[in-house]
Write a protein that binds this ligand. Structure first.
Ligand code: FES
Ligand code: FES
Length: 171
């Protein structure tokens, strides 16, 4: 099949890639760039597990053609940490027990990252709205909402935020 050259800035690194006209952005990041944090769940735009940021906006990478992303900045979950230092949001997911099987987590993190960039102190309603396109089969969502709500603004009454302050257990 004929390939077309595109350029993407992926997690701050410029990439030139030969893609087919029907390659999705998800296939490109996972198969061409070996960034396998973004997950393919439904493959049809329903579950949100493939969510990445395209020029700062969350998109379904399974529904986005790589050609559409040509010239854009793409952030995947691999771009959130600084080396071994997790982003405050990633750390908050751990502190609040918001990760169980982890399959939904990369997509959740990317949707929440976009929210927090525009609104560092979201209330629960705003968090739920931002995550409404991300499905989790394990957690019941409450801990995920806690993690996002408290990521930039630890809550005095939250035992998980408190455990982080004191170094205590989160169990
Ligand atoms: S894999 Fe893209 S929305 Fe489910
Ligand atoms: S932690 Fe398993 S699907 Fe969300």
């Amino acid at each position: 099949m004929q390939t077309i050259e595109i350029t993407l800035n992926v997690n701050g690194k410029q990439q030139t890639l030969a893609v087919s006209s029907n390659d999705t952005l998800l296939e490109v990041v996972r198969d061409h760039l070996d960034l396998t944090g973004s997950k393919e769940g439904c493959g049809e735009g329903v579950c949100g597990s493939c969510t990445v940021l395209l020029d700062g906006h969350p998109v379904r990478a399974c529904l986005t053609l790589a050609l559409e992303a040509d010239g854009s900045a793409v952030t995947t979950v691999e771009g959130l940490a600084q080396g071994d230092i997790l982003s405050p949001l990633q750390q908050s997911f751990i502190d609040h027990g918001a990760v169980q099987c982890g399959f939904c987590t990369p997509g959740m993190l990317m949707s929440a990252t976009a929210l927090l960039t525009g609104n560092p102190s979201p209330d629960r309603k705003a968090v739920r709205h931002a995550l409404s396109g991300n499905i989790c089969r394990c957690t019941g969502y409450a801990k995920i909402v806690d993690a996002v709500e408290h990521a930039a603004r630890p809550a005095p009454g939250c035992p998980d935020c408190h455990a982080k302050d004191t170094g205590g257990s989160h169990d």
